[in-house]
Write a protein that binds this ligand. Structure first.
Ligand code: SF4
Length: 445
């Protein structure tokens, strides 16, 4: 049966590899070697897929500017699933990225019916302070609330000219009963992803959005709208006679002057390197060795000079979800299944001691056969959160499979680590309130 990805009902994804075939997500392993110092989620295969990541790897490697963008819907406690996204934002900032974080209060108001005051309180007390506590720095960071960011709201309206109800219904299953505000919230998410490329912010710039696989519908829609918003579309084509591939830049109703300018700049910059062009009224075909990034820069400059939108198509990465501590999926409605970032450290440790493991029926059996870490929620805590050291992770695996450690002792170690981590994080979350003005957030508890 075909899988359906639904951003509002955290769907269980039975087979991640199917997402490559069914949705066109690319395997992350293909770009891993291009990243100088990959995050542990990348090294460990937790981030398994991407769209358009080459330009981000290139930006990191060659110290070019890029943006990491993510949004948090402020509806409840921030938990370790959210921490995965926060960890990535902090990591990208350390790699030289500009961190842009949207608190999706419009979405929370529309989809979950929360008041604006609740959205603000949850946004700050659960999400923003946790992100700061996990290491977000004020330099090269911008945090905003959707409802307070006029450029995002204006852009959302503009994006609405490029998508109709039938397309939205096909992607999200919207029906005649769906509130219009819900649809506006979808457009606002698209504007979140694209607005950093407006001339008033960074202008055209590579943007990466790290998400769980269930958020791919938003990404696909936004990538599609971005290309429709742009004055020109850049395509890779193949000559039917020679079989050789070439670039084609096409613009529907684009000013002829803009096309001529692109043509001139390509020939001026790359003509000497054997690149040739064929210019017609609506498009230019480009033959020879010019990269997509080089071509894109020339096209974006022409689009901006002629008053058009010039969005680089945003990239995304997709990570696996952790299972719940009780087995099955993690759910906010089952408190025992997850740990909140604001949780009392002792209560978190107790949850781990009761967690589902991959242990055997009896101690004898486990000593003889070893445990099954690949079925164990405690091992997942190690894998995702409790150690940055891959050797330590391998040690946990070895002790488990050899039967040299039993689950009780293994859980105790994990619980101790979690307690220490949360005690430190709570302290940092308190200190984060003092740092809010550095991020231009006006808030008092
Ligand atoms: Fe899980 Fe540890 Fe038990 Fe292995 S020994 S199944 S990793 S709790």
């Amino acid at each position: 049966m075909a899988q359906k990805l639904d951003p509002w009902k955290s769907s269980e994804i039975s087979d991640y590899s199917k997402l490559f075939d069914e949705f066109g997500i690319q395997p992350f392993a293909e770009v891993l070697d291009e990243i100088p110092n990959p995050h542990k989620y990348m090294r460990r295969g937790i981030i398994f897929g991407h769209r358009g990541y080459d330009m981000i790897a290139d930006a990191i490697k060659n110290q070019k500017q890029f943006v990491v963008l993510d949004g948090f819907m402020p509806t409840g406690k921030a938990h370790f699933g959210h921490k995965m996204v926060m960890d990535q934002i902090v990591w990208y900032q350390k790699q030289g990225g500009i961190a842009v974080i949207g608190i999706a209060d419009r979405e929370a108001h529309a989809v979950r019916d929360l008041t604006w005051e609740e959205c603000k309180r949850i946004g700050v007390e659960e999400y923003i302070t946790s992100l700061i506590a996990l290491g977000l720095q004020p330099e090269n960071a911008r945090i905003y609330f959707q409802s307070e960011c006029q450029p995002v709201k204006d852009l959302a309206f503009e994006l609405g000219t490029k998508v109709n109800f039938s397309e939205m219904a096909a992607i999200y299953g919207f029906s005649g009963e769906t509130h219009l505000a819900h649809m506006i919230a979808v457009l606002t998410q698209g504007a979140d992803i694209l607005h950093s490329q407006l001339p008033m912010y960074e202008g055209p710039i590579p943007v990466v959005v790290p998400v769980g696989a269930d958020q791919d519908p938003h990404i696909r829609l936004t990538r599609d709208i971005a290309s429709k918003m742009n004055m020109f579309l850049i395509e890779r084509r193949e000559d039917s006679k020679t079989g050789k591939s070439y670039w084609s830049v096409r613009g529907k109703n684009a000013p002829e002057d803009a096309l001529k300018e692109i043509d001139k700049n390509i020939r001026g910059g790359f003509g000497g390197a054997g690149v040739s062009t064929k210019l017609s009224k609506e498009h230019i075909d480009i033959f020879g060795d010019i990269s997509e990034a080089e071509l894109s820069e020339i096209v974006k400059n022409a689009e901006l000079a002629h008053g058009g939108y010039a969005f680089m198509i945003p990239a995304s990465t997709y990570h696996r979800f952790m299972s719940g501590l009780t087995g099955g999926k993690m759910s906010s409605s089952i408190p025992e299944s997850n740990i909140a970032l604001s949780e009392d450290p002792k209560s978190a440790a107790k949850k781990i001691m009761k967690a589902k493991t991959g242990g055997r029926e009896s101690a004898e059996e486990q000593r003889e056969l070893g445990g099954e870490f690949d079925k164990c929620s405690v091992y997942e805590l190690y894998l995702f959160h409790l150690t940055d050291d891959d050797d330590e992770l391998i040690q946990v695996q070895k002790e488990c499979t050899s039967g040299s450690i039993l689950c009780g002792e293994c859980k105790k170690k994990a619980a101790g680590k979690m307690e220490a981590f949360l005690t430190d994080l709570q302290q940092k979350r308190e200190e984060a309130f003092e740092k809010l003005p550095l991020f231009s957030i006006d808030y008092r508890k």
